[in-house]
Design a protein around this ligand. Sequence first.
Ligand code: 16G
Ligand code: ZN
Length: 514
Amino acid sequence: MAQFQEVSKLSSQHPKPPGLVLQYGTAGFRSNAKHLDHAMFRTGLLATLRSKKTKATIGVMVTASHNPEEDNGVKLIDPMGNMVTAEWEGYATQLVNAEQDDLLIVLKDIIEKETVNMSQEANVFVGKDTRYIMLTNLLFVNIYSLHYMVCCQNTQGKYGEPTVEGYYRKLCQAFIQLIKNASNCTDDQKHLSVDGANGIGALKLHEMESHVKSELQISVFNDGSKGKLNYECGADFVKMQQKPPTGMEMSPGERCCSYDGDADRIVYYYTDSEGQFHLLDGDKIATLISTFLKELLTQVGLDLKIAVVQTAYANGSSTRYLEDTMKVIVRCTKTGVKHLHHAAQEFDIGVYFEANGHGTVLFSEVAEEKIQLLTQDPNTNDERKRAAQLLQNTINVINQTVGDAISDMLLIEAILAIKGMTVQQWDAIYTDLPNRQLKVKVADRRVIDTTDAERRAVSPAGLQEAIDSLVKKYKLARSFVRPSGTEDVVRVYAEAETQESADALAHEVSLAVY
Ligand code: 16G
Ligand code: ZN
């Protein structure tokens, strides 16, 4: 077939370095950008097949998120804006690792297995962050609105207009509606400082700022005009270092937040009058949002099941607070958005956040319908109607296709304003257990295999027993190890009653990993 000859010719211009093996990991292929040319090209090929197979628009996202500027990555987005299925992740790995001469064989194999109709038209949207890439003939749209746009495109506009402007208009309108329920907002409450990690989020913030200016004044730092992407700034830096990013001016008590390089993570923080730094991570965000939603559900009197989905990294205090005090269902999944997203879909309202600030809220179709009906029901009293409208606007402000820092930020800002809550009051809902994360370089991280949502190691033999006996030495302690899905390291997490204990435990467990 002529199209295969074309593929063969083009692929030789994007040759695979012989012997190089890449894994479709937690969030697609990720590596130093100089090793990725063939992966970009071949992922594009697969996107075309996926589009033909699903008869829908598919997204290709080019980003390495919070990784250093030298890295890059690529992943596929399915018709409803979520991550591609595990089966197709497998095809992606096969295709990208095929040696040059075997490429067509692997490609034809996938076409046959999936009975792809090659005469079907294909549609692919491509998104990227601010990293430099050389791609020809690709339409660039911007980052997380891409998931939204893929979804809009495939639902004939039911979810919204498939344009970047349409996206911001929708979010900002919903935010303005929500904030009408806040009374007596002071100027301090209306101000927020944002660290853009020198990435795409900062650029997009400048574009959307004008739509919300009357209700939220944003000062953007690390907006990419001077600094390097993710360098000493951004959500990952702040979370891991537990300190403010460089390049940010902060006064005591002031509410601040950081995005990551591709603006799908957000964490909040402030310094107190003694100069002490306080972090409000994804767990605190999940708690704030789920408390707000649960209160509204009580007010509307709808029997909808709400749950919070976390990973092993969730601070033990957050899990305890959610289960014991808030009485919401808590689920734990493996690390990576696709796992959390999947688990959240099982509930009427699924709030999912990784501790690192990656997350969103999902509403089931049934939940959306019930809420919508209530907003229109003439027999509903004012209090119920107000609560139903708040829920409706929450649905509109949140990006249900994937976590998006801007959308999450608008929801958090609206909740704080409606509840008249300061960042300190939010922080005081529960106290985090001191914790520490370390990374360990080992010869082959794949020897570590885990179970129970990565909370226990099943191999190598004896490792879990060693961790268990170390954990026993400390109060309120917990620790686990897992191979990273994005870097060639093993990650170690420990928490305990004091910072000294958490540090010591993390150190001892990392020695047990060798
Ligand atoms: C990716 C994931 C993120 C996860 C992180 C873990 C997506 C879109 N991103 O960045 O959710 O927390 O990987 O990295 O799924 P690790 O496996 O190296 O610890
Ligand atoms: Zn990211």
